[in-house]
Design a protein around this ligand. Structure first.
Ligand code: PMP
Ligand code: GLU
Length: 382
């Protein structure tokens, strides 16, 4: 039979990041050695103490449903972490979700009606566009590429885009896909616009702990922002826990109580023993986080140097584990060629709204990163 699909699913494409990583896995299963720099996933094992906490929780019988918004100890630990960051947070303003992605999804679904305007800063992580479209929103995009992906010089453009019609603005610092960490002055500019036009802002801080020599500011700490910011974070990146699926949102209680309806009717709750592992991660894992961060920093510097040796100047950010490599105008063709010929998987910048670049995730060993650059050079891609 032919299905009559809902318009909302027909409006979106599958995740480009996951699609390319699937393509890389397919080639690998055919015996091809692919250097996969596509999906953004730390290549470290989950820290041992976190694994043990998950196993212990499972063995202790924490295998049933939990309260929908999360176990009280974890919600309190998250609120306490947010207070350490300077956010005025209480545990009843937190929803624990299966991944930051679900927290974002619930936020879009809670706030965006058909025709509501969502403003994104390009290049923007692939799923924001899809989530906006799935909730019926219309997109208004501001390009930071002309400003080396920094927000401060793009503030005038943002000011031109944000109006009383804007419902939601998405800020992601440190940024996927650029690695940019926005300055306090840039965030103050965001605050001024959000307050002036009464806009809700998502501050996606999932890469917060992966920064190099800078301390990122949480948007909700700025005066006037606590009441209009949804802070998103999670465990995937900082603690190398992508497959555990654990994240959260923090927002004013009025928003949380609406989002909680979606949460309870869709996922019920995040996995019980995973929440216990998350508690351990938050409370006792600082050292492992720092070790991973140092490794990412070394890889970033090494990779930028290797590209420089080939006269390719890559704008390098102070956070996350991504960089945007300037490539041919037709970035899709470039990426398709790079994976087919050089067996190096990257994601076209156009998937993030910025053609002419390929996103590289440097969450790979130094040896594999060298191999990637060698192969790209050998096949004439750089
Ligand atoms: N936000 C950004 C910017 C991301 O790159 C990711 C990566 N998957 C997420 C949110 C969601 O991550 P997760 O669902 O694994 O917590
Ligand atoms: N956020 C990661 C990335 O951008 C993981 C894949 C995804 O969720 O899109 O590659």
């Amino acid at each position: 039979m032919s299905f009559d699909f809902a318009a909302r699913v027909e409006r979106v494409e599958p995740s480009a990041t996951l699609a390319i990583s699937n393509k890389a896995s397919e080639l690998e299963s055919d015996g091809v050695d692919v250097v996969d720099l596509s999906v953004g996933e730390p290549d470290f094992p989950t820290p041992e103490n976190v694994v043990s906490a998950g196993q212990d929780a499972m063995a202790a019988g924490h295998t049933g449903y939990t309260p929908s918004n999360g176990i009280p100890e974890l919600r309190e630990a998250i609120a306490s972490k947010l207070r350490d960051d300077g956010i005025d947070a209480e545990s009843d303003e937190v929803i624990v979700t299966p991944g930051g992605k679900q927290a974002l999804f619930e936020t879009f679904q809670t706030l965006i009606d058909d025709g509501d305007e969502v403003v994104l800063l390009d290049p923007a992580w692939v799923s924001y566009e899809a989530m906006a479209k799935l909730s019926g929103g219309t997109l208004n995009r501001v390009d930071t590429a002309p400003y080396d992906f920094q927000l401060e010089p793009a503030l005038e453009d943002l000011e031109a885009a944000v109006s009383d019609e804007t419902e939601l603005l998405v800020i992601n610092s440190p940024s996927n896909p650029t690695g940019a960490v926005y300055s306090d002055a840039a965030l103050a500019g965001v605050r001024d616009l959000a307050v002036e036009h009464d806009v809700t802002v998502i501050s996606d801080e999932i890469y917060q702990q992966i920064t190099y020599g800078v301390e990122p500011t949480s948007l909700a700490t700025l005066q006037g922002m606590g009441e209009r910011t949804v802070t998103i974070n999670g465990f995937s990146k900082a603690y190398s826990m992508t497959g555990w699926r654990l994240g959260y949102l923090h927002a004013p209680e009025s928003l949380v109580s609406q989002a909680a309806k979606l949460h309870s009717h869709s996922v019920s709750c995040a996995v019980n023993f995973v929440q216990h592992a998350g508690l351990e991660a938050l409370e006792h894992t600082d050292e492992a986080v720092l070790e991973m961060r140092d490794a990412f920093r070394e890889r970033r510097d090494m990779l930028a140097d290797l590209f420089a040796e080939h006269d390719v100047d890559v704008p390098v950010g102070d956070g996350a584990f991504y960089m945007m490599l300037p490539v041919a105008e037709d970035d899709q063709e470039w990426c398709a060629g790079a994976i087919e010929d050089a067996h190096v998987a990257t994601v076209p910048g156009s998937a993030f709204g910025s053609p002419g670049y390929a996103r590289i995730s440097y969450a790979a060993s130094e040896e594999r990163l060298r191999e990637a650059v060698d192969r790209l050079a050998e096949h004439g891609y750089i």
